[in-house]
Design a protein around this ligand. Structure first.
Ligand code: F6P
Length: 744
């Protein structure tokens, strides 16, 4: 109906134009043909006159007029020649043929013949009047009036008119048909294009690919849709926040309460002996910071290496213990490694091989055959533990990090229906860098046992896909971000990890910012107004601690007024201390700290406080709240959660974050002062800017950072992955049902 109306809009003006054209063209055509025929008849008349000239001359000399009469009678026998009249030069009718109208005088004939159509109507029809001079030897003798039949002209005009009408009508029909077809096709293209756009397919292929001239229109349409979407979102208010309840309900609905198993090397709680007492520690680990709140929300089982000295003392006969201590929200299943296994698997292959390989932080990776063997064996042990814990053949397994690259394929071999979500917590390098790993194909094949493979950023996903493309025979569908290898398909996606945003109750229990400032300064014996910048990291060479110290040194050198007024506090949690690379790095940091402190020695304070010991979460929170500036200068970091924890701790909307552009977090946290940590001068200037930033600007930046981290929290990270997993499982179930219902 719509298309008909659209077509009529084209057709009606077209038909009107054609009728108008016919209306104007037909009389014009008539006049034109009349003139052509009149000219022809004139020519014919003068020809007749010339032919008769001699006879007329002789006839005029005959006094009886008989010769002229018989001449005229003979000539008018021609059916086209209606009559002849001979006029004297003085305008007197001398002789005429019988049908020559007696009312037509010589004078009238002369006037009519001078007109363009020269037509008169006599009895019997229209005739053409032509007057021609009869020439004798001595000059003009008389004028011959020739009357010729003109009715055939009318007949021919009539024919021409008919043809013209048929032609115009035919032309109209053809044009109408073309219009209808083109309108129909264009309409269809438009409808398809608009539908594609509304489905969110981005480029409106039917319109754009075939008609580049429509691109500006498509762009406008897209822009308008985006505006509408924004308006709609605004009208809904802020997006429903991701929180533990929402995650739990997602598990119930989308995953139908299926079993959830987390596997990682690092455990969330470490039991240690302190004298006669057993204490519980939370490791300094981004992985634990992120995954633990998710587990608390979802329950399930977390399988991890029991690395604490007192771990074995608190587990049951199945090596399980409920955690968090006193709350018992989920099960921690501990797996024991021999010192040799730990050396080869964790310290060797994971931390001396894969860690520097993926971080590309100018430390050479070391690959040993024996480490690889241990890595494989320990991965198999973790896989066996998953199989033992699985209550069905399709559990949801969340495999964590670079320690377990072989695990997904090992689980898949025994539980082909399991949904395996692997999250790679560290960066993924480019194919050339990854290519130096002697077991690159095996690592990739192991990871491709995953259903979903997650990285922090799109950039890491792209690197991974390119690496697979370079080293494996796999089918990659870039459009869907899937990789099919052997019989499995993996979906590769970015899921930026985050922290659990503190609840109102937690925030209410925190000591006030003013109190935190006071206590931290008192502990360090600093005056109340002393400016503090903090860095909180594992003691790791990828964190840019050395570069940070150089920046502090440069700040004090460039702006000496800060000496005695400002200090930098570096918390460095002990990490991987049995590795030579780490030990020498830590020694170097101690040495540089001592040198800087000596250089800027001041009775009121040290320039740098290096706190190389484990800090519990509350102590770190106090430090974040006490600081004026937090410095994160990783040389390369998958995400980095310290910056997010600092922001979460600042409910006073004060404090400045300096953030490395090489941390994944820099992509989300643009309101930080983003620096290149290798550029010492730039980082020193950022410190100066942060220390002198007005409170209003701090407020503006911090409020914006807080709203980002609050919205993009860890429940959203897990929620997005689990939603994708739910969709994947649903698809597989449907496919399985279709397979079953297919005739053999
Ligand atoms: O591999 C990344 C990561 O797990 C981080 O999430 C975490 O901060 C760090 O490594 C901890 O390393 P480890 O478990 O070796 O102490």
């Amino acid at each position: 109906m719509n298309t008909l109306r659209l077509q009529l809009r084209f057709l009606i003006p077209l038909l009107l134009a054609l009728v108008m054209a016919a209306y104007l063209a037909l009389p014009l055509m008539d006049r034109l043909t009349l003139r052509w025929f009149a000219r022809d008849l004139n020519l014919r008349g003068s020809l007749v006159t010339q032919t008769l000239a001699d006879s007329v001359s002789e006839g005029l000399q005959d006094t009886t007029d008989a010769r002229l009469q018989s001449l005229f009678d003979r000539v008018v026998q021609d059916e086209r020649l209606v009559g002849l009249g001979l006029c004297s030069l003085s305008g007197e009718m001398l002789r005429h043929s019988p049908r020559f109208p007696s009312s037509l005088t010589c004078e009238q004939a002369a006037q009519i013949s001078a007109q363009s159509d020269a037509e008169i109507r006599i009895e019997g029809g229209p005739v053409h009047v032509g007057e021609h001079v009869v020439m004798g030897e001595g000059g003009p003798l008389a004028n011959l009036v020739v009357l010729q039949d003109f009715s055939f002209v009318e007949r021919r005009s009539e024919d021409t008119r008919q043809y013209l009408i048929i032609l115009i009508a035919g032309l109209g029909a053809v044009m109408a048909l073309i219009t209808v077809v083109v309108a129909q096709l264009s309409w269809r293209g438009w409808v398809q294009g608009t539908r594609a756009l509304l489905r969110g397919e981005g480029l409106i292929s039917p319109m754009v690919s075939s008609a580049p001239e429509l691109q500006p229109l498509a762009a406008e349409l897209r822009q308008r849709l985006r505006d509408l979407e924004d308006e709609y979102r605004r009208s809904l208010g802020p997006e429903a926040v991701w929180d533990p309840d929402r995650l739990r309900s997602l598990l119930r609905t989308q995953l139908r309460g299926d079993q959830l198993i987390v596997v990682s090397n690092r455990e969330p709680y470490i039991h240690e002996k302190e004298g006669d007492k057993i204490i519980v520690k939370r490791p300094a680990s981004g992985l634990v910071t992120a995954v633990e709140p998710v587990m608390r929300a979802c329950s399930g089982t977390w399988i991890a290496h029991g690395s604490g000295h007192a771990d074995a003392l608190v587990v049951d006969e199945h090596d399980r213990v409920m955690v968090p201590p006193g709350k018992n929200e989920y099960t921690l299943k501990r797996l024991w490694l021999t010192p040799e296994e730990e050396r080869g698997f964790y310290y060797g292959f994971a931390n001396e091989g894969l860690w520097p390989l993926c971080h590309v932080a100018h430390v050479r990776p070391v690959f040993r055959e024996s480490d690889w063997q241990h890595y494989r064996e320990v991965n198999q042990r973790f896989a066996d533990a998953v199989l033992a814990e699985a209550r069905s053949d399709d559990p949801v397994v969340l495999a964590q990090d670079c320690h377990l690259a072989s695990l997904p394929a090992m689980i898949r071999a025994h539980l082909p229906r399991a949904t395996i979500l692997t999250f790679w917590h560290i960066p993924w390098p480019n194919p050339e860098s990854f290519g130096i790993c002697p077991w690159r194909e095996e690592i990739l094949a192991g990871l491709l046992g995953s259903t979903i493979l997650g990285f922090h950023t799109r950039f890491h996903c792209k690197n991974f896909i390119e690496t697979v493309d370079r080293y494996l025979q796999a089918r990659i569908e870039h459009e869907h971000s899937t990789i099919s290898f052997r019989d499995d398909t993996s979906f590769v996606e970015s899921y930026p990890i985050s922290i659990a945003w503190p609840s109102d109750a937690e925030v209410a229990a925190w000591p006030a910012v003013a109190l935190c400032r006071e206590q931290v300064r008192q502990r360090l014996h600093l005056p109340a107004e002393h400016k503090l910048a903090v860095g909180v990291d594992r003691f790791d060479y990828t964190k840019g601690i050395l570069e940070r110290l150089h920046a502090v040194e440069r700040l004090l050198e460039k702006y000496p007024e800060w000496v005695g007024q400002f200090s930098f506090v570096q918390v460095a949690a002990p990490s991987r201390g049995s590795l030579e690379e780490y030990r020498s790095f830590q020694d170097r940091i101690h040495a540089v700290t001592a040198r800087i402190n000596q250089r800027f020695e001041h009775p009121a304070c040290q320039a740098v406080y290096l706190l190389a010991e484990h800090h519990e979460h509350d102590a770190l929170n106090e430090l974040y709240r006490a600081a004026d500036v937090c410095v994160v200068t990783s040389l390369h970091d998958g995400m980095n959660l310290v910056c997010k924890e600092f922001v979460a701790a600042r409910d006073d909307d004060q404090g400045v974050l300096i953030l490395s552009r090489f941390a994944g977090a820099a992509r989300e946290m643009g309101q930080a002062l983003v620096v290149n940590p290798y550029h010492v001068e730039e980082t020193a200037d950022a410190l100066q800017r942060a220390l002198t930033m007005p409170a209003a600007e701090q407020h503006e930046r911090m409020a914006s950072l807080r709203s980002t981290v609050r919205e993009f929290n860890v429940y959203r990270w897990a929620g997005r992955m689990l939603t994708d997993a739910g969709r994947w499982r649903m698809r597989e179930r449907i496919e399985a049902r279709v397979q079953r219902s297919r005739p053999e």
